[in-house]
Design a protein around this ligand. Structure first.
Ligand SMILES: Nc1nc2c(ncn2[C@@H]2O[C@H](COP(=O)(O)OP(=O)(O)OP(=O)(O)O)[C@@H](O)[C@H]2O)c(=O)[nH]1
Ligand SMILES: [Mg+2]
Length: 345
C-alpha cells in the first residue's frame, strides 16, 4: 500500500432547499390557505477518525467532496428531504488544517472522533410559515441557505510510542523488522526507507508502537536527502531510539549530525527522551567496538547501548528501556489528566 501523509481537499456542504409558495386548492374548499412546505437541510461534511487506515492515500484520487443539497419544499405542506452527509474517513493521528496549511482546526487522535468540517445550509421557509393575522395569503418563501465550503489540508502524523532516528543505513528498518511483525524494505544503500513504517513490539507481555522513519543526513532541514518532513511522525512519540551505525567512520560525528537535524527541526523533538545505541555490533571487532563506543559516549555524554539487530545482542535491553520510558511518561500523563480535586490535606 502506498503512503501519503498530506492532502489538500475541497469540501462543500449541501445548500438548503428552497421553501415553496403554494395554496391549497380543492373542490368545495374555499380559502384553502397557504400550504408551501419548507426546504430540506443540505448535508454536512464530517471527518471521522476510523481504525484500520494508516495513510491518506484515498485523498490522492479524489479531492472534491460535496454533500447533497436539500430538496425544495412542496405544496400540501410537504417539507423537502434533507441532503445526505459526506463522511470523510481518516486515520488516527490526522490533523485538519486550514487552507493556509498552518492553523490547526482539529486533531483527530482517537478512533470514533468526528468533527464537522462544513455545515449544510438550512432549508428556506415555505409560504405557510409567513401567514399572519393580516396576511392570510403570503406569496413569499425563503430560498435555502448556501452550504459552507472551504479548502482544507489533511495532515497525518502517525501515532507511535517510540521513534527510530539515525543516519541512513544505521539499521533502523532492520531493528523494526527484528522486533515487530513489520516487513520494511532493508538494503545496504542509503534511503532504502522512503516513508515511515509502524510496528508493534511485544516485550514482557506489554506492547508499544515503534515507528521507523527515513534516514536523516546533514542539511535534512534544508531539504537534503529526503528532507526532514517525516520527522513530523516522531513529534508525537514519547521517546526516541537513536541508532548510530557502528561501522560508520566516526560514531560521535554521526550522532551529532542527527542531533543537529533534530534541533533544526524543532517542535520539541530535541527535548524528547533519547536512548542512544551503537548498532551493528556483530560486524565490529572488539577494538573498533571499543573506540566507536567511546566516541559515541563522548558525543552524547552517557554510556550508549550496544546492539545488533542481526545477532540479537542488546536488543531486549533496548526494548525494555524504551518500555520503561514509555510507561513512565504515560503514567505521568495520566496523573496530569486526573482531576486534582481528589487531593485533601
Ligand atoms: N551486520 C549487521 N548488519 C546490519 C545490522 N542491521 C542492519 N544491517 C545492514 O545494514 C544495512 C542497512 O540496514 P537498514 O535497516 O536498511 O538501514 P536503515 O537505517 O533503515 O536505512 P535507511 O532506510 O536507508 O535510512 C542492510 O544491509 C542491513 O542488512 C546489524 O545489526 N548487523
Ligand atoms: Mg530503513
Amino acid at each position: 500500500m502506498k503512503f501519503l501523509d498530506q492532502a489538500k481537499i475541497y469540501v462543500k456542504a449541501g445548500d438548503g432547499g428552497a421553501g415553496a409558495v403554494s395554496f391549497r386548492r380543492e373542490k368545495f374548499i374555499e380559502f384553502g390557505g397557504p400550504d408551501g412546505g419548507d426546504g430540506g437541510r443540505g448535508g454536512d461534511v464530517w471527518a471521522h477518525c476510523v481504525e484500520g487506515l494508516n495513510t491518506l492515500i484515498d485523498y490522492r484520487y479524489q479531492q472534491h467532496f460535496k454533500a447533497q443539497k436539500g430538496v425544495h419544499g412542496m405544496g400540501r405542506n410537504r417539507t423537502g428531504a434533507s441532503g445526505e452527509d459526506v463522511i470523510l474517513k481518516v486515520p488516527v493521528g490526522t490533523q485538519i488544517l486550514d487552507e493556509d496549511g498552518e492553523t490547526v482546526l482539529a486533531d483527530l487522535v482517537e478512533v470514533g472522533q468526528r468533527v464537522l468540517l462544513c455545515k449544510g445550509g438550512n432549508g428556506g421557509f415555505g409560504n405557510a410559515h409567513f401567514t399572519t393575522s393580516t396576511n392570510r395569503a403570503p406569496r413569499r418563501a425563503n430560498p435555502g441557505l448556501e452550504g459552507e465550503e472551504r479548502w482544507i489540508w489533511l495532515r497525518l502524523k502517525l501515532i507511535a510510542d517510540a521513534g527510530l532516528v539515525g543516519l541512513p543505513n544505521a539499521g533502523k528498518s532492520t531493528f523494526l523488522a527484528a522486533t515487530t511483525a513489520a516487513k520494511p524494505k532493508i538494503a545496504d544503500y542509503p534511503f532504502t526507507t522512503l516513508h515511515p513504517g509502524l510496528g508493534v513490539v511485544r516485550v514482557d507481555e506489554r506492547e508499544f508502537v515503534l515507528a521507523d522513519i527515513p534516514g536523516l543526513i546533514e542539511g535534512a532541514h534544508e531539504g537534503a536527502g529526503i528532507g526532514d518532513r517525516f520527522l513530523g511522525h516522531v513529534e508525537r512519540c514519547r521517546v526516541l531510539l537513536h541508532l548510530v551505525e557502528g561501522t560508520s567512520e566516526h560514531a560521535g560525528k554521526a550522532y551529532k549530525t542527527v542531533r543537529g537535524e533534530l534541533e533544526a527541526y524543532g517542535h520539541g523533538l530535541e527535548d524528547k527522551p533519547e536512548i542512544v545505541a551503537l548498532s551493528k555490533a556483530d560486524a565490529l571487532d572488539p577494538e573498533t567496538l571499543k573506540t566507536q563506543k567511546e566516541r559515541l559516549r563522548r558525543a552524547c555524554g552517557r554510556t550508549p547501548l550496544v546492539l545488533s539487530a542481526v545477532s540479537g545482542t542488546g536488543v531486549e535491553t533496548a526494548l525494555r528501556l524504551i518500555l520503561a520510558e514509555v510507561s513512565e511518561l504515560a503514567a505521568e500523563e495520566r496523573e496530569e489528566a486526573a482531576p486534582a480535586a481528589e487531593w485533601r490535606p
